[in-house]
Design a protein around this ligand. Structure first.
Ligand code: UD1
Length: 315
């Protein structure tokens, strides 16, 4: 029987890739987005499918849980404000969207008898861990309102699971990159650096650039997310989704410049960002045991593909 999936944040970067994969695998997909940062362009493929329905709704609306009329098998909750920087500037907006929005998505799951709630959390929940690669048992130490909102939403997902019998799978994504990532001052560093490089604008590093991230390509992330929703072994689990190597932001800037040889951008520095994590790389041991998954796209390959995509679509 065809499975019905809801994807919140469907017009966003990761959400739209997940929608495409679900449709390819034969799901009926209800995509929901308020189009604040998401774009209908990201859903161009999806909109060609008869098994795709789009609802322009905001997860914060009071009536959000009733936006869907029929029962669903699974809810993938990706709608969120994903920016640490914006959370430092406007913590209330971020709490409303990320915490209240998650409760509304959980209410939708309860009302429509979802058999699984998949929550896209973040590596930001670990703050600056004592040991790296960080495992899922590490203490949760929020360094920003964004991280606090993600921890809170994780806890609500777990509470709903226990109280109302909705099994959850919580993914702690590390730094996801790839085509369709928004280009704004609040988006991910790879998209910012590539777009600045292509437009001959200076590439600006926050602080000394020695902070590191483990970048993971979006196709790998959605493959793991889908697997997590399907496997019984992933029920009520918290799983890291991390790239395998740590790259410093300074090295990243150099790698981007190298790949855009015609660019006249310089690499410059400004003050470090408030609430920034220093080093971030996740242990994938539990994820590979539970999902039998490991990332397939090497970082430099993903970077090449992403630059080609921006060259084609964003200039
Ligand atoms: C990112 C994601 C967040 C996710 C987390 C998981 C975004 C916007 N943020 O947060 O949703 O939960 O990973 O680990 O996708 N930087 C610069 N110059 C710039 C932009 C950024 O030096 O122009 C630096 C930042 O100060 C930071 C690093 O690059 O040290 C990464 O920044 P960013 O891409 O915003 O990601 P995170 O804060 O790690």
């Amino acid at each position: 029987m065809t499975k019905r999936a809801v994807v919140t944040g469907a017009a966003g970067f990761i959400g739209s890739h997940l929608v495409d994969m679900l449709l390819e695998r034969g799901y009926f997909v209800i995509g929901i987005d308020n189009l604040r940062t998401g774009s209908m362009q990201n859903l161009a493929h999806a909109l060609k499918h008869e098994t795709f329905q789009f609802l322009e709704r905001d997860v914060c609306e009071k009536k959000f849980p009733a936006a869907v009329k029929e029962d669903v098998d699974v809810i993938f909750h990706l709608a969120a404000i994903s920016s640490v920087k914006l959370s430092v500037e406007d913590p209330i907006l971020v709490n409303d969207t990320n915490v209240h929005g998650t409760i509304n998505a959980l209410e939708m799951a309860r009302k429509h008898n979802a058999k699984r709630f998949v929550y896209s959390s973040s590596a930001a929940v670990y703050g600056n861990p004592n040991t790296l690669p960080v495992t899922e048992e590490a203490p949760l130490i929020p360094l920003s309102p964004y991280a606090a909102s993600k921890i809170s939403a994780e806890k609500y997902s777990i509470a709903y699971g226990d109280l109302y019998g909705i099994p959850s799978t919580i993914f702690r994504y590390f730094n996801v990159f790839g085509p369709r990532q928004e280009n704004s001052e609040y988006s991910g560093v790879i998209s910012i650096f590539i777009n600045r490089g292509l437009r001959n604008k200076d590439i600006t590093i926050d602080g000394d650039g020695r902070q590191t991230r483990s970048f993971i390509y979006v196709d790998d992330v959605v493959r793991a997310t889908l697997l997590g929703s399907q496997l019984e072994s992933a029920s009520n689990q918290v799983l890291n989704i991390s790239g395998e190597d740590a790259t410093s932001i300074l090295d990243l800037a150099r790698m981007v410049k190298e790949r855009i040889p015609e660019s006249t951008s310089s690499i410059i520095h400004r003050d470090a960002r408030e609430g920034d994590v220093k080093d971030s790389i996740g242990s994938m041991r539990r994820t590979s045991n539970v999902l039998r998954f490991s990332p397939a796209v090497p970082f430099t390959t993903g970077l090449d593909w992403t630059i080609s995509w921006y060259r084609e679509y964003s200039l």
